[in-house]
Design a protein around this ligand. Structure first.
Ligand code: TRP
Length: 359
């Protein structure tokens, strides 16, 4: 190989309900990438057990539901590889090797672990602590070059680059001797001429695509928020969607005509942002249309738009969830195609590290 092959990898955990934030901030942005590069989209079930094992039936259901959401949102199984992580053993194996590459100090800095473990650090699973190493393994088991994620995952992608760089450095001699390297695309005196793993480029969704809670414009829309009114689930029907938008928190003022006027008005900013994302407009365009109007006029328009945009997708999700065999076929086929890429990469990695393989 003379250069890294452009390849996108991303994933969503099958835990809890998928919501508008996952759709606008992640899955919908993946759709156009399918025509630009090779794309691999994973349902990360190995990650879903790090914060405590879900009930097994719930985990199976959620795995199929995320798959249905991918398909309903326009991820095309003939263009992209769609699969669930646990079916491809190479993820877990590479994660173990990365457990021995990453340093305790690196993982101790991960803010997501601190947030998720909270005060109860002593009782968090070792898997929750090592979560970012598994994420690095997901990406690098395919030597993926591009990873589209939300900005909350930025630190994990930096860690992925650190792991790749340390592996490339520590094993530079072995990589060269075995002839398994690629010319370093970013050569420097401190880095080897031949490298095995790419330094993955993050494709970060900016704060503009960050969807906030409908009850509190300063908090991210989240599947773990106790209030169901805080989010629009991809399983909500038209009535639920309109009810939630009607009840969404706002302030008493009319909408401004300029985006500057959204400063310090987090709820107004969020609703305008949701409208813009759903309509494929800028926030300024939305304000051009609705500036000066009250929420009593804007909310019904937003609600109609949300229902029009989301119901074809949620209908398709429901249809797919009624056809388990179709979903399972996609996941089985995807796992075979994913394995065909990851298996030879892990074979290389075992040789590079020095594991004897005699079969
Ligand atoms: N940690 C990611 C999230 O919570 C999900 C994920 C797991 C992921 N492995 C990945 C995303 C690999 C991109 C690439 O959003």
């Amino acid at each position: 190989m003379t250069a890294f092959h452009n390849r996108v990898f991303s994933g969503v955990q099958p835990t809890g309900n998928l919501h508008l934030g996952n759709y606008l901030g992640a899955v919908s942005r993946w759709v156009p990438l399918q025509d630009q590069m090779e794309t691999i989209f994973c349902v990360v079930d190995l990650h879903a057990i790090t914060a405590g094992f879900p009930d097994p039936a719930t985990l199976r259901h959620a795995t199929r539901e995320v798959t249905a959401a991918y398909l309903a949102a326009g991820i095309d199984a003939s263009k992209s590889i769609i699969f669930n992580q646990s079916q491809v053993r190479e993820h877990a194996e590479l994660a173990w090797i990365f457990n021995c590459v990453a340093r305790m100090g690196w993982l101790n800095r991960m803010t997501q672990f601190k947030e998720k473990a909270g005060k109860n650090k002593e009782n968090a699973s070792v898997g929750l602590f090592a979560y970012p190493n598994l994420m690095a393994a997901d990406i690098l088991a395919y030597r993926a070059t591009h990873v589209p994620v939300g900005d909350d995952q930025k630190q994990h992608l930096e860690l992925t680059r650190d792991i790749a760089a340390k592996f490339n450095n520590d094993f530079a001699a072995s990589i060269k001797e075995l002839g398994l390297g690629v010319p370093n695309p970013t050569p420097s005196p401190e880095t080897p001429e031949q490298v095995y793993f790419p330094l993955t480029e993050p494709m970060i969704a900016g704060p503009a695509t960050r969807i906030m809670s409908l009850r509190d414009g300063t908090k991210k829309m989240s599947k773990s928020d106790p209030s169901d009114l805080s989010r629009i689930n991809l399983t909500d029907d038209a009535d639920a969607i309109s009810k939630k938008i009607k009840k969404a928190k706002t302030d008493p003022d009319a909408l401004p005509s300029e985006t500057d006027g959204l400063k310090d008005r987090p709820e107004a900013d969020n609703l305008v942002g949701i409208y813009a994302a759903l309509a494929g407009m800028t926030k300024q365009d939305v304000l051009g249309e609705y500036g000066g109007q009250q929420f009593s006029a804007f909310k019904p328009a937003l609600s109609d738009l949300a229902v029009a945009k989301l119901s074809p997708m949620t209908d398709e999700m429901r249809r797919l969830m009624g056809d388990q065999a179709e979903i399972d076929k996609v996941l089985k086929d995807g796992a075979e195609r994913a394995s065909a890429i990851a298996e030879p990469i892990l074979k290389d990695v075992r040789r590079i590290v020095g594991f004897l393989e005699l079969r």
